[in-house]
Design a protein around this ligand. Structure first.
Ligand code: NAI
Ligand code: MG
Length: 419
């Protein structure tokens, strides 16, 4: 029997192209796992009226470890229009399966590392005052509270009367009180102290474990006094237990400016759900964008790892596939780290770093050319060729490590940066 069981959920579109490639790497480093395929996403919604079928949720509950590709999701009306005709008008509502999964399994800690690979042509560069350019390497890990905030799902168009009545007790609701129900949309931002404390604690623990000098709480407490105020308050309280790590507090809007002025200044960044979503994408843009952005959704019991990107439908049908599988690879690397297989994680990370640095094999995004069927004839590597290149590096490392003087396998230095 394998040591680990991983529930694999390729989902929709390019999720089906990149996830199998990640499994090739896990196999190459000898990860002792059995993989159980589970359905999720748009087809499940259309056929069954549920994008996260109960059988998939049960597999996750049982095996506790998931690797996820991407899903397609569409706005309410379009989603209802695509539902199988027998299910239409029967009260089915579309919910994003990934958001549902986070809430159902209480995957409250989302970790999104944004760490540059030296040699990546997509890395952030900055003009020097003297002319020329510099390329400050980014080494940021974003901690996003994953289950609350504006994504808690407490929202209405045409809110029921008791909700209106409750809102009417707040002086600031006065200007909205006369708005007709169908013209009034409300999404509630909910933050609990326990969750705020937990995500801040996770951020500081990470900083301590991996030698980051600062944790930045990225909110907007000057305006969102209650919710962002509580996040900041908890960050300050938690910071007291970590005397060697500085706590910085930034506003989300200013942070999106500063991260392109001096991204190298930041270490661990912690934020509530929406702001964490925004700031992690913004930092990801500095290290290569969607082809490089990986994430982990971690709860006390279940953990699911996924690239940040979506299903990229416009590329999903291309044969050969052209999308960059590195974000998916790095998600698998995070899974390895999570279960304590840090040497295997380090081997894959080092192999990716070597391929990027060498620069011979690049997917279309890394070449800054337009994606599409023509990308391959313009010299871009296919998704499979990128995997082959990383596999070749893993094999090279294996033979190098077989030499007695080079026995230290992998860097083991989880997420510290790429060597
Ligand atoms: P997307 O992330 O699927 O694609 C946006 C664009 O980014 C693509 O057209 C492509 O140019 C580029 N891209 C994405 N992944 C790439 C990769 N691995 N390599 C190279 N280039 C890549 O976002 P979009 O187009 O906004 O959404 C498409 C669908 O995906 C929607 O239905 C959306 O709801 C869903 N989505 C799902 C997510 C998830 O599963 N976690 C996250 C984001 C979007
Ligand atoms: Mg996002």
């Amino acid at each position: 029997m394998a040591k680990y069981t991983v529930v694999t959920m390729p989902g929709d579109g390019i999720g089906n192209q990149v996830l199998p490639e990640a499994l090739r790497l896990l196999k190459a480093v000898g990860f002792d796992a059995e993989y159980i395929h589970a359905e999720i996403g748009w087809e499940c919604w259309r056929r069954e009226g549920n994008a996260l079928p109960e059988r998939t949720a049960e597999l996750l509950a049982k095996h506790k470890l998931g690797l996820f590709g991407a899903i397609t999701s569409k706005p309410k009306k379009e989603a209802e229009a695509e539902l199988k005709s027998e299910l239409k008008g029967k009260g089915y509502s579309y919910f994003s399966p990934i958001v549902t999964m986070r809430q159902r399994f209480h995957l409250d800690t989302c970790i999104r590392p944004c760490i540059s690979f030296p040699g990546n042509p997509l890395n952030f560069i900055r003009k020097k005052p003297s002319g020329g350019f510099e390329e400050p390497l980014v080494n940021v890990v974003v901690f996003r509270q994953n289950t609350e905030g504006l994504y808690a799902g407490v929202e209405w168009t045409n809110p029921p009367e008791p909700v209106r009545a409750a809102l009417a007790t707040h002086a600031k609701f006065k200007p909205f009180a006369g708005t007709a129900g169908p013209d009034l949309a409300i999404s509630v931002r909910i933050i609990t102290r326990a969750a705020a404390r937990k995500i801040c604690r996770a951020a500081f623990e990470w900083a301590k474990a991996y030698g980051y000098k600062s944790v930045t709480i990225c909110e907007k407490p000057n305006v969102l006094r209650e919710t962002s105020g509580m996040m900041e308050e908890e960050a300050k309280a938690v910071a007291k237990d970590y005397p060697g790590i500085a706590l910085w507090s930034t506003n989300i809007d200013a942070q999106t400016m500063w991260l392109t002025k001096n991204p190298e200044d930041y270490g661990v960044v912690v934020a509530s759900n929406l702001f964490g979503d925004v700031i992690s994408d913004a930092f990801a843009g500095l290290i290569g964008g969607l082809g490089f952005a990986a994430s982990g959704n971690i709860g006390d019991d279940v953990a699911v790892f996924e690239p940040t990107h979506g299903s990229a439908p416009k590329y999903a049908e291309l044969n050969p596939p052209i999308v960059n599988p590195i974000a998916m690879f790095l998600s698998a690397v995070m899974l390895l780290d999570h279960v304590g297989e840090t040497a295997k994680a380090g081997r894959i990370r080092d192999a990716i770093a070597a391929v990027v640095k060498e620069g011979k094999v690049r997917t279309y995004d890394m070449m800054r050319i337009v994606g599409g069927a023509k990308a391959i004839s313009q010299g871009a590597a296919s998704t499979v060729e990128m995997t082959d290149a990383v596999l070749a590096k893993i094999e090279q490392q294996a033979s190098a490590h077989a030499e007695p003087e080079c026995v230290a396998a992998g860097n083991g230095g989880r997420l510290r940066g790429h060597s």
